[in-house]
Design a protein around this ligand. Structure first.
Ligand code: F6P
Length: 360
């Protein structure tokens, strides 16, 4: 194992640079490996010449540890099995990715990605004989086998800070402030930040709700003389008709978004509450990594390099019971980690009197 590559794939998040740094130090200091950062994820391996940067100690002498995003670049568009070409056609580009890996003379590749990226890279690795190890990252924290993925803690922190800020303006105007957060189909960001940030209502996709239930909660608060409130809603919470709120962009890409405005509108129709909506969006991904994300990323990076060095391929590192462990990639991503109704945090939120929807 002399030459290894690193790529970041899927949506960026905080802590990716810390992971790349950790991989470099472990690979160089312990195993004297040469380490190549692939530019823009799988796209870098499709390009000819392959787009990469050779990492050295100077790469990390500055602020990378502290920076959000990924200095290598990434992509969450363009499935390599059906890659959109400039002439409008679609092409399977997996062969180019495989030959890019071999052209760079790599002995192994560390993939830092979410469940989708890991699945894609595992399939390509099987097809082309690539030696890969995966590190889970996603603000959504929805990768089955790990208790925490890189980026989640920072996203929760950003959302908690937003609730902290909204509290003052809510109280000043006697308003109901609605904060819409990301998380894809899992409600982890909303649930964690909602508890930490003192939300009165937390809406997550895993638990149904009714507008009447929310209005009832606001009325109860009003009866106690509390005329302002905080609501946090996860982006994949459905409208009462069962539909997702989505936004379609000019390039045809569609994303979850808008449920906060929907909820505000419905509450205002059924009560005298004055609602305002904040959609937090990508600040949850671009913030500087929290202490916890830097530590997690560093621990994952070291373990991933050790796996490669021991030729334990096709494995995903994971955080479990205060330790870094590893699983076969298929097992690591076989379940989608949603909020379970039995989760301690669900119980905690209910015990705090937070309206969580149709659950008691
Ligand atoms: O998976 C990470 C995530 O930030 C989701 O929470 C969100 O739904 C999505 O990516 C946004 O994607 P994009 O960056 O393409 O807008």
């Amino acid at each position: 194992m002399k030459r290894i590559g690193i790529l970041t794939s899927g949506g960026d998040c905080a802590g990716l640079n810390a992971a790349v740094r950790s991989i470099f130090y472990r690979a160089k200091d312990k195993y004297e490996m040469d380490v190549f950062g692939i530019i823009e994820g799988t796209v870098g391996l499709m390009n000819r010449p392959v787009s990469y940067t050779k990492l050295d100690y100077n790469t990390f002498s500055g602020n990378l540890l502290r920076q959000g995003g990924t200095f290598l670049g990434t992509t969450n568009k363009g499935n390599p099995f059906k890659f959109p070409m400039s002439d409008g056609s679609f092409k399977d580009r997996t062969v180019e990715i495989i030959s890019g890996y071999h052209e760079l003379g790599l002995d192994g590749l560390i993939v830092i990605g979410g469940d989708g990226s890991m699945k894609i890279l595992k399939t390509i690795a099987d097809k082309g004989g690539l030696n890969i190890v995966a590190i889970p990252k996603t603000i959504d924290n929805d990768v089955g086998a790990t208790e925490n993925s890189i980026g989640f803690n920072t996203a929760v922190n950003v959302a908690t800070n937003a609730l902290d800020n909204l509290q003052f303006t809510a109280a000043s105007h006697n308003r109901t402030m609605i904060l819409e957060v990301m998380g894809r189909d899992a409600g982890h960001i909303a649930l964690n930040a909602g508890i930490a940030g003192g939300a009165d209502v937390i809406l997550i996709p895993e638990i149904g709700y009714s507008i009447d239930g929310i209005v009832e909660k606001l009325k109860k608060m009003n009866n106690h003389g509390i005329k302002h409130s905080l609501i946090i809603v996860a982006e994949a919470v459905k409208q009462e008709d069962g539909k997702n709120s989505t936004v379609k962009f000019a390039d045809g890409e569609e994303r979850l978004g808008g449920i906060g405005t929907y909820i505000a509108h419905q509450i205002m129709q059924k009560s005298s509450a004055e609602c305002r909506v904040t959609t937090l969006g990508h600040v949850q991904r671009g913030a500087p990594p929290t202490t916890q994300d830097r530590i997690l990323a560093s621990a994952f990076g070291v373990h991933a390099v050790d796996l490669l060095a021991q030729k334990k391929f096709d494995r995903m590192v994971a955080w479990s019971d205060r330790k870094v462990v590893d699983f076969p990639i298929e097992k690591g991503i076989e379940t989608y980690r949603k909020v379970e109704l039995e989760d301690s945090l669900v119980k905690t939120a209910l015990a705090l009197g937070i309206y969580l929807g149709d659950i008691s």
